[in-house]
Ligand binder design. Sequence first.
Ligand code: 1CP
Length: 368
Amino acid sequence: MTTPNLTQRPMLTEAQLALLPSSHPLRSAGTAQSPMIRAMVGDRPEHPPVWFMRQAGRSLPEYRAAREGTTMLESCLTPSLASEITMQPVRRHKVDAAIFFSDIVVPLKVAGLDVDIVPGRGPVMGTPYNTMERISHLPEVPDSAFDPIREAVALTVNQLGETPLIGFAGAPFTVAAYMAEGSSSRDHLGPRTMMHRDPEAWDALASWVSRVAGQFLSAQIEAGASAVQLFDSWAGSLPERDYREHVMKHSATALAAVEPYGVPRVHFGTGTGELLLAMKEAGADVVGVDYRLDLDEASRRVGPEIPLQGNIDPALLDAGWDVLQKHTMDVLSKGKTAAAHIVNLGHGVPPSTDPAVLTRLVELIHES
Ligand code: 1CP
């Protein structure tokens, strides 16, 4: 299948460029025409671009050293540290993009909510947001609350050169799931019950999250991110009818908040094989696919014009090189059925991963 060569086509219109500061990386051809951004707008660059979800994190000894003595949220809100951790996997693995080191609950922290990230557990709220009374007191968040994020992004893009930075936010369902339950859970019964028992409270909570997610994404784009990803990690727990009725409009609000900038928007969740079309319809430019569904089938579900991201099974990172190589070649081959392919894992890098395997995997993908 041949795909159009967009090399000469400007990625952003004058109106979109006007929303970005003069120093924004997308104003330079090097970043706008980088393999990652070209693939995200539907082109097939000379080699498939690759980045890994959770590439900045516990699999790297330099990450563990940098984080020593600093809590997760402090690290996210210390611009020099967040920037250094964002750079680490780019230096080591030569991936085609950096993912901003932060967390999906950072917007809740800057909004002044009582939230922490507890080692081994993940996000924990002081009190859950599961009643209209509590939800109605959620604050409006001034854009200035995101200044530490802008500062960290600006420091990072200064070091990245032409390599694009991907910004991100948690999608309303996934973030509201932590807020409604107060912490991590397996089945997400709290938010799934709430959207039926008290749909008004659910809507109020998810609307609030969608607004702060839009602010978080906008801050990252304005400060220099060249693409964004909305992570709906737990959306796979929803039947499609609930996703379409109670969730999709809120994700669409978060994605629409950054549509005017014209930067590519990736929409990813896990266990979302049945939701991929709805996730595209929510306003995605690229659909992220987890490891459970082959990319040719995903392309059939969302339409051949949509670039796909994914979906090497993280479990195979530690299954031996030959197994991983064979699987990766299969993912690359199935990715050819989509308009374009951004290579990634089907979920995050497990903390136990040998970083050398990731470096070798990047080389394999670049040589393919
Ligand atoms: O102790 C530590 O090192 C903290 C572990 C950690 C890290 C490295 C957490 C706590 N968050 C992060 C960084 C992070 N989180 C990034 C940036 C780094 C990168 O991708 O390279 C991103 C994009 C996230 C997003 C995130 N946080 C998601 C969506 C992505 C996904 O993996 O599904 C989710 C669900 C969270 C919540 C969260 N934060 C931290 C943990 C351990 C969890 C998951 C907890 C759970 O299972 O409920």
